[in-house]
Structure formats: C-alpha cells, structure tokens
Design a protein around this ligand. Sequence first.
Ligand code: NAP
Length: 252
Amino acid sequence: MLSEESFNRLVLVEIGAAIATALLLLFITAPYGRHARQGWGVMIPAKWAWLVMEMPASLGFLALYFLGSRAFQAVPLIFCAIWQLHYLQRTFVYPVLQRGLGRPWPLLVALSGFSFQCLNGFVNARWISERGSYDLDWLWSPQFLVGVFLFLVGFWINMQSDAILRRLRQPGDSSYHIPSGGMYRWVSCPNYFGEILEWTGWAVMTWSLPGLAFALYTIANLGPRALAHHRWYQKEFSDYPAQRKALIPFLI
Ligand SMILES: NC(=O)c1ccc[n+]([C@@H]2O[C@H](COP(=O)([O-])OP(=O)(O)OC[C@H]3O[C@@H](n4cnc5c(N)ncnc54)[C@H](OP(=O)(O)O)[C@@H]3O)[C@@H](O)[C@H]2O)c1
C-alpha cells in the first residue's frame, strides 16, 4: 500500500495540523455551539454534524483496521476495541442522547472535522493493524498499563461530564445553565479534560507517532476552546464560581 516514507509524511501532516489548529484557535474560536455566529455558510443540525464528522473515526477506522495483516492478533484487537469504545459511542450514541435542539453547525466545520478524522483514522488504524508490532508481552509493559489507565479514567470523566451537561436541558431547550457536580466543581470543561486524558492514554499505550499526533491535535483543538468557554461563562453568569478553572483542576 503506502511506503514507510509516505506513511510517516502523513503523520507529520497531522502534527502540522495540530500546530496550525493551535495557532488558528488562538485568534478564532471555532464557530459551533455557544460560539456559533453568522457568516460561516450553510448550517446543519448538530446531530448530523456529529454523525458526518465521526464516521471516518468509527466505521472508516474499522474497515481500514481489518485490512491490516495483524488485525486478528490479540494486542491490535484490544487497541481496536478501546478506540471503538470511544468512537462508536461518539458517532452513534452521543448525538442521539442530546436532549436540547443544540445550536446548528456550519457545514464547513463538520467537513473540516470529517477531513481530519479521515487522516487520523487512517494513520491510527494502519499503525495498529499493519505497521506497528506488538507481541503479547506488550500487555504487561508500563506503557500499556499506564496508557489504558489514563484512557479509561479520561473516558469515564468525559462521559460523566457530557451527561451532566445533557441533564441541564429539558427536551426542546437550547439555553445554557451553570453546570455543577462531578469535575465541574473544579473546571469549566471537564469533558475536554477527559478527552485529552483519553488520547494521551492512547498515545502512551500504543507508544506510537500516530498516537502522539492525535493527542497533540486534541490538546491543540480543545485547549483553546476550553479557555473560550471559560471566558464565556464568566461573562454570561455573574454568579459563576470564582475558584473554577478552565481545563486543568487548580492550574489552568
Ligand atoms: N477530540 C477532539 O478533538 C474533540 C473535538 C471536539 C469535541 N470533542 C468531544 O465531543 C464532545 C462535545 O464537544 P463540544 O465541543 O460540543 O462540547 P460542549 O461545548 O461542552 O457541548 C456539549 C453539549 O452540551 C451542551 N452544553 C454545553 N454547555 C452547556 C451548558 N452550560 N448548559 C446547557 N447545555 C450545555 C452543548 O449545547 P450547544 O451545542 O447548544 O452549545 C452540547 O450539546 C465532548 O465530549 C468533547 O470532548 C472532541
């Protein structure tokens, strides 16, 4: 299929995308959700945006994974299950569970998410089922154990935090309220904190450049957005908890 050189070039493109995203988001807040605004072209319902964006990371990933020559080895299969634990939930369950109407998304943002996930799904699926090599001993390596721990803790925080947000709205409601409970005691965006932990865990458990590229992209994407959400809460709610940080408890 692809030469090693071309594959590595694709991973470098993803790392470049992470750097470009971080720089861009320092000046422009991605125009979806509470930061949605006019002038970004055609808008689509949020539920459809999630389905479009995450399809390459769930079903696309799965198809590519099973094209790999190591697809039926134990460690790659465990990696695949861990990845899909997140992405089958995000693509097919998360949008359905949303209670409120949600702000419509610019098609442009959904398509840029889709393009990124094509690249990201490709390099990560190909890595674990074809290019990377993991024997059974890897399951006892510090990288695997620490990585899985980080991933599962992050997954739990992400799910819990998204569920708290969901319960803030009644069906048909699209207004915003101050979230509380769970890790909202400490930060404005624990769902993003959990997501960053998950993909950092993925990078550690796979000990791979594609994994690192995805972790960097997640930080580049969600870090600036957490700061923007935090400033927005402080501006909109005069009674917003003063000690709450944006993303990392007690720090940022
Ligand atoms: N890996 C990545 O790079 C990446 C990128 C983006 C998102 N994600 C993940 O995808 C999930 C959703 O991301 P997001 O950016 O949409 O998160 P978000 O801004 O926290 O919003 C999540 C949902 O909760 C609603 N909501 C948020 N704050 C609320 C409040 N104070 N009161 C009532 N409802 C509220 C939002 O409604 P509105 O839509 O109406 O604002 C939206 O439906 C998160 O788990 C995130 O980690 C991952």
